[in-house]
Design a protein around this ligand. Sequence first.
Ligand code: MSP
Length: 636
Amino acid sequence: MNQKAYITTPIYYVNDVPHIGHAYTTIIADTMARYYRLKGYDTFFLTGTDEHGQKIEEAAISRGRTPKEYADEISGKFKALWDEFEISYDKFIRTTDQEHKIGVQKAFSTMFNSGDIYKGEYEGHYCVSCETFFTDTQLIDENLCPDCGKETRIVKEESYFFKLSNYQEKLLKWYSDDEKCVLPKGKKSEVISFVKQGLRDLSITRTSFDWGVKLPDEINDPKHVMYVWLDALLNYITALGYGNDEKNMKYWPATIQLVGKDILRFHAIYWPAFLMSLGLPLPKHIAAHGWWTRNGEKMSKSKGNVVNPKEVADAYGLENFRYFMLREVPFGQDGDFSQKALIDRINSDLSNELGNLLNRIIGMSGKYSDFNISSKDVFDYHKKELTSVMEHIRLAETNLQDMQTNRYLEELWKALTIANQSITVYEPWVKMKEGDKEFAFATVAMVANILAKVSIVLHPVMPKTTQKIAKTLNFEISYDTYKKFIEDDSLLDDFKIEKIPPLFPKVEGELLNSPTPSVKEEIKKEEDSLITIDQFFQTKLKIGTILDATEVPKSKKLLKLRVDLGEEKPRQIVAGIKEFYSAESLLNTQVCVVANLKPAKIMGLVSEGMLLAAKDKEGLSLLRPQDSKKSGSSVG
Ligand code: MSP
């Protein structure tokens, strides 16, 4: 086994719990990994979580957690879901892993030593949500992010830059030399026209926060951390041991790097440029899929219409859900999730066409030949059908290799249609009555062979279901049977059918009633979130007196306070209230403080507590005692 395959998903941000979009990316990647394993390739499949950057730091702080604690929790949720979905990953990488950080520093040094990194100053509009800089002309309404519509911030800081501009021509050459390097074609054209507009050097370090990988020691510039996209993209090689124990680097270059259309630019422009700078070969395919909407609308937490993949899989069956996602949308285009569309796929494609074919084989063989099937006369009577089935199967495989997941499944279903139509056309029951048993047996055996072949090639999408079908047809799906029945196009050995109950019971109506999965989840969360009085008193609230207040440099929102809580030493508290209170106006006023919060770092400053405040659209007001109270008085 010397052919290798390396399949990757993007690593998921830990500021959000897994939803259908994440599940889609992961399920396609899982399908590809299973396909290459089936073909006998030595396959490595990587997924994981992206845990650094300002967005994660802020999400953690707003929940009163340290970034690492918060990342541990959400990363665990991704891993747990993939385990439950039986995603066949070989490694789950976290960007907070020590080996990853070492690998990233090694890559930085290599790029630095090759002259591709220089120090300068950056001033630009930064979108924290997308962790991306934009130029004036890219912004919408002067300060809104063109990708997510949120407000950008002006960031001016010393920064190291990567000479992306040096790679413009090399990238264009790659796109033109390697037809399938970026898939699908339409998306590739978008990338090319973007690169042709000109590439500016890329700021790859930050000084305004410190939740990130530090620069290598030899650069000796401790106030910088790496830009989260540099850190994140490098996961694809650090997961193979780059910069550490490099034995798995044998899997590089990647066969397929799966990404959503929103992050294609990072993968099809920055990533290959970084790789060129590191002297490493480029991935074979970067494949970008479209986005899922919900009943025609964009999914968002605020609309409460985010589809929870676990609920869908629990209600409709995990493998049915996998089939639906890959079949429903042409790869690269946006797709809509509705229960109706999913039910239609289950009832027509899976139940009527696939499941029913198996039932008919069981029924006919039971009636005519005591469940015995023999392929001995199949080629004599049905060569034509089998030949065209093999054409569809080969086409299905080509489509899958090109990431055309829907066309791959369509081709397999064309093969199933040949089987189902043959039964209608040849009417084996009539042949039996007429005494032409040989022909009838050959027809039943032919359709059993078609089902066997389709099941093997469908295996990457529906691993358990196809294994059940195979068992009924007396074989097991493996590299050996792939080779025998697909590559060598052999027929099934004679065997006796093993009866099994129907695989795809019809779904009569929507199984997830209103409220929608996501809304239901929210309600449950609210119920779960009721606390007891004892739990409430675990939070220690105290009155504090502000002794000192100063602005945090480079921050629009933060003030640094010294607050007396009646303890030996005043506490340092960093609070996001600068837009509502001037530093002077706070001096000697009293506030209500959460006093037993674990200290957290905000923009590099330790914060040892949190102020209570009320916020509405008019603004923010600090909660204060009506009359002056002794510093440290307890509240509750
Ligand atoms: N952390 C970065 C990726 C770094 S890779 C070096 C990131 N993470 S993400 O969690 O925001 O998104 C991960 C993937 O989920 C992306 O490929 C994105 O396209 C996909 N999806 C997120 N929402 C989606 C839908 N509604 N539909 C389909 N996929 C979408 O970006």
